[in-house]
Design a protein around this ligand. Sequence first.
Ligand code: PAF
Length: 283
Amino acid sequence: MKTVKLVSEVRAEICSMKKRGQRIGFVPTMGYLHEGHLSLVKRSVEECDATVVSIFVNPTQFGPAEDYSRYPRDSARDGELLRSRDTDLLFIPTVEEIYGEGFSTFVEVGGLSEKLEGSIRPGHFRGVCTVVCKLFNIVSPDKAYFGWKDAQQLIIIRKMSEELNIPVEIEGCPIFREADGLAASSRNVYIPREKRRYAVALYMGLSRIRDLLDNHGIRDAARLLKEGRKTVEEYPGVELQYLEIVDPDDLSTVKTIDGKVLVLGAIRISGVRLIDNMFAGDK
Ligand code: PAF
């Protein structure tokens, strides 16, 4: 595995890969890798000839009061993990390499970016889309891999790539869960040990909704959400930020369910923000 810091170095490597006729898989990350990220790398290694991973904690997707400066970082450990999983190229740029002085061009997917996560984190998806668009232009991958854990991000990036005619296939990969159901996240390390067992609150709320819909035929979204909220509230110290049932194509709110829906939510526990989601209604 080669590790590079400069856009020009990535371009030179990609050029050689393409000359060899290799199909390139790309996994953009913010590092502090966990099994969820590694499952994306595994998919890329299986499906493509060369796998490129980027590690960049992107300042433009964090709000002023968010955790940019204390976001967990350990690039030495990440590098070892990626090397052991057959990554070909690791790109770790500095902030200056990505956002040169006077940087002023942003990419925004209207509508979808203001809902759900976007309503709580204004400007978040503008930062995500800008950096992902730049990374796509730098790496020019054939396929790019994203986890369904960040469902809204995945849906927005698909739309951005389609509407900007970026020639990349966006692959969504299943959520990697701990044994008790908690979705893998780099932020899980910040959950205090004594509170860890309550962090499954959102997973349990989502599961309750899916069970009532798929196994008990309750199709009224308001009723399902009430039950889901009740389940989350059973866990002490957990603040529910939102819980919604939406159409997975356009994230519009669903009132009566008659097909596949996405149930998603966000909680805070001991100051740590966690998101999760589940598909339901497709039985
Ligand atoms: O999901 C993430 O880790 C980030 O939002 C991404 C896609 C790497 C962009 O910074």
